[in-house]
Design a protein around this ligand. Structure first.
Ligand code: 3PG
Length: 305
């Protein structure tokens, strides 16, 4: 069977080789399209039985163009780029690869935080993380890795996740919180790890951010859609001590950068999972999961049940 790997943002070369080896060894055929356009996708998917993607948008149009498609694996965690309802209607199984790229994202959180606390290395005196409070919003795989690294910095770590029992959070040496207002009012640093869903989109805005203690830093390595950008801009205008770092440019990046200069930092592309290790882990897992589904319907990480 044919497995199409379509990624606008390419995997590291070593990951591509490993994915290719795994697919070839399984007896399936690989088609690799990197940096492809939408037309390339619509064309390449025509004969695909399996499809591996990253943040690439996979909607009903793509599925309509793919009569043989049986499985889509998102090599990564967030699957807001895939129309799950359309997939279910087309009888297509959608899976993600939980945990495979989470350390990479967690490391970037601290890469961006340290850079911000050292005033983007502009030669002026900055501040340290030791002893400071960090609130983790959603205690999934990335949140847990953030907690592990934060303890190395000797930070005081709390977390809020309504889907995770307190005991699980406590087992990681983290104090559970139960109210998002508390999360923001008790922590100088707040790191977002919530998925983009109808309930979370635009949910982080003026009211929450204004609760942050002095010199608050909001860190977003989740999705830009969870931010209420006009609300955050208003908060940053009223509170010159607040700062915002985000792994991907917000819609209003120009306005943020013009108004707040060194108080904000944005990666030009989503970089959290863009490491050789994360590409390798997520890419190989996606290949193995696709093969297993096509062989005997293995669907442990199906997200459109
Ligand atoms: C994820 O959801 O796994 C991360 O945001 C990484 O996305 P990417 O594969 O587009 O880099």
């Amino acid at each position: 069977m044919k497995i199409l790997v379509f990624t606008e943002k390419p995997f590291a070369p070593a990951a591509v080789k490993a994915i290719s080896d795994v697919i070839n060894a399984s007896g399936n055929e690989l088609e690799l399209v990197e940096r492809g356009t939408r037309d390339d996708l619509l064309n390449a998917v025509k004969e695909a039985d399996g499809l591996i993607v990253r943040s690439d948008v996979i909607d009903a149009e793509v599925m309509n163009a793919a009569p043989n498609l049986k499985v889509i694996v998102r090599a990564g965690a967030g699957y807001d780029n895939i129309d799950l309802k359309a997939a279910t209607e087309h009888g297509i199984c959608v899976m993600n690869t939980p945990g495979q790229n989470s350390n990479a994202v967690a490391e970037l959180v601290f890469g961006m935080v340290v850079m911000m606390c050292r005033n983007q290395y502009n030669g002026t005196s900055g501040s340290e993380l030791k002893g400071k409070s960090l609130g983790i919003y959603a205690f999934g795989q990335v949140g847990r890795n953030v907690a592990r690294i934060a303890k190395g910095f000797d930070m005081k770590v709390t977390a809020l996740d309504v889907f995770v029992p307190d005991a699980v959070i406590e087992a990681e040496g983290v104090t559970p919180l139960h109210d998002v207002n508390e999360l923001f009012s008790q922590n100088q640093f707040v790191s977002l790890h919530i998925p983009a869903t109808p309930a979370t989109k635009h949910s982080i805005g003026y009211d929450l951010v204004m609760r942050m203690p002095k010199n608050g830093v909001l860190i977003n390595t989740a999705r830009k859609e969870v931010i209420d950008e006009p609300g955050l801009i208003r908060a940053l205008e009223e509170r010159p001590d607040l700062r915002y770092v985000s792994d991907i440019k917000p819609e209003s990046a120009e306005e943020f950068e013009k108004k707040f200069a060194a108080r904000v930092f944005f990666t030009p592309k989503k970089m959290g999972a863009q490491t050789a290790e994360a590409n390798f882990n997520a890419g190989v897992a996606a290949a193995e999961q696709s093969i297993a589904y096509l062989k005997d319907g293995w669907n442990k990480f199906q997200v459109n049940k």
